[in-house]
Design a binder for this molecule. Structure first.
Ligand code: PLP
Length: 393
């Protein structure tokens, strides 16, 4: 199967586990436990119950009539914005904490950039009565006050990371170091389809509930399980992996990833890893990475903090290389236009991240008969300051 992950954790040439020797036992323990537990009825039942009663799944598949009219095609929105905590990240956090609990771990560590994954992790830790430590760049702590306060209210310790640029990239390094030093009791709850194998595989599995539901919902609404196009924004790539997963082998479905072009691809201020990056290793995994002129990992930029990552999951790197994935980019400006457009036409305020997926409508032509599913990965409450500062005149 050319799109599947192999035993060593590679999707084609991408992925793998490029970690220090000493971390390998931790990774092996995780891999083994995941394989043993994931398909047991006990695990699946607890996960299913919590996804339904705690998160509020299935999330609706909403036919956006006025948006469809405007773009003369049939547009459905997968409403991950309606999940408890406001985005898709809770799907993964919940799955992982059930894994941690069954592995007998007592302490959860996580990294966070914008704070969204930190909040999702702190939430499930409160739910499962687990100790929670969130590593966060000192710069990000300053920029994301409300999320930091939420994590603390939920009982998490937020540890400032001051090394490097004091942002997400450094927070991941510190989390990996901490895990290395506390292998017995600690579970590293990683937030996207990145990092060393088996993380990309595990996170993809927990997010794949998105496309599993889309298939069922489309069958009900359209009499067929596969759409013509699925569109998702890509930071690390977890919401996209979830939205694509059950369509990867349905070649009649076009998969579209939208990367953040920030202030413009030619300005150096972007986070478009597939479009502008080169193959390289970051955070234990081989994928596309953005480098600066000196050959260092570039400091990424996007108006949406959740897309501000200098690499991308290996699955997406592979799908793009194989020509299975169409990769587009949207600038801050195009994404902002999409925010105000969706708000006006449908009364839905999307997350700044999700708006990058919506922006694809501005520069891709779809047929009137096409069924287009856009993954609305999160809600815009957290971005109100950005919206107010950029309100159309
Ligand atoms: C974190 C986040 C993203 C980006 O992360 P992925 O792993 O690429 O999905 C996208 N949308 C929202 C709402 C987020 O919170």
């Amino acid at each position: 199967m050319k799109y599947e992950i192999n035993e060593e954790g590679f999707y084609g040439e991408f992925g793998g586990a490029f970690v220090p020797e000493k971390l390998i036992p931790n990774i092996e323990e995780l891999k083994k436990s995941y394989k043993e537990l994931i398909d047991t009825p006990d695990f699946q039942e607890e996960l299913k119950d919590l996804l339904r009663d705690y998160v509020g799944r299935p999330s609706p598949l909403y036919l956006a009539k006025r948006l469809s009219e405007k773009y003369n095609t049939k547009i459905y929105l997968k409403r991950e914005d309606l999940n408890y905590t406001g985005a898709h990240k809770i799907n993964n956090a919940l799955g992982m904490i059930l894994l941690a609990k069954r592995m007998g771990k007592t302490k959860i560590i996580a990294e966070t950039g914008a704070g969204q994954h930190g909040v999702a992790t702190a939430t499930v830790c409160a739910l499962m009565n687990m100790e929670c430590i969130v590593f966060m760049g000192a710069t990000d702590i300053e920029r994301q006050r409300p999320n930091v306060e939420k994590m603390k209210m939920l009982g998490a310790s937020v540890v400032p990371v001051t090394q490097g640029t004091a942002t997400l990239e450094d927070a991941v390094d510190v989390a990996l170091d901490y895990w290395l030093e506390h292998p017995e009791d600690t579970f590293y709850l990683l937030g996207s389809v990145v990092g060393p194998h088996p993380y990309p595989e595990i996170v993809t599995r927990f997010q794949s509930v998105i496309s599993e539901e889309i298939r069922k919902q489309l069958l009900e609404k359209e009499g067929r399980e596969t759409p013509d196009h699925v569109i998702a924004c890509v930071g690390g790539g977890s919401n996209a992996a979830g939205a694509f997963y059950h369509f990867i082998h349905s070649e009649e479905t076009n998969l579209i990833a939208v990367e953040p072009a920030g202030k413009g691809l030619d300005t150096g201020k972007h986070a478009a890893a597939i479009t502008m990056g080169k193959p390289g290793v970051l955070h234990g995994s081989k994928s596309y990475v953005i480098y600066d002129k000196e050959g260092n990992v570039a400091e990424p930029y996007s108006i949406s903090a959740g897309l501000d990552y200098p690499s991308v999951g290996p699955l997406h790197a592979h799908l793009a290389t194989e020509g299975r994935l169409q990769v587009l980019t949207a600038t801050d400006k195009q994404a902002l236009d999409a925010v105000f457009e969706l708000t006006k036409l449908e009364g839905i305020i999307p997350a700044m991240e999700s708006a990058h997926a919506l922006a694809a409508l501005q520069f891709t032509k779809f047929k009137p008969t096409d069924v287009v599913v856009i993954n609305l990965s999160g809600r815009g409450d957290k971005d109100m300051e950005t919206f107010l500062a950029n309100r159309p005149q």
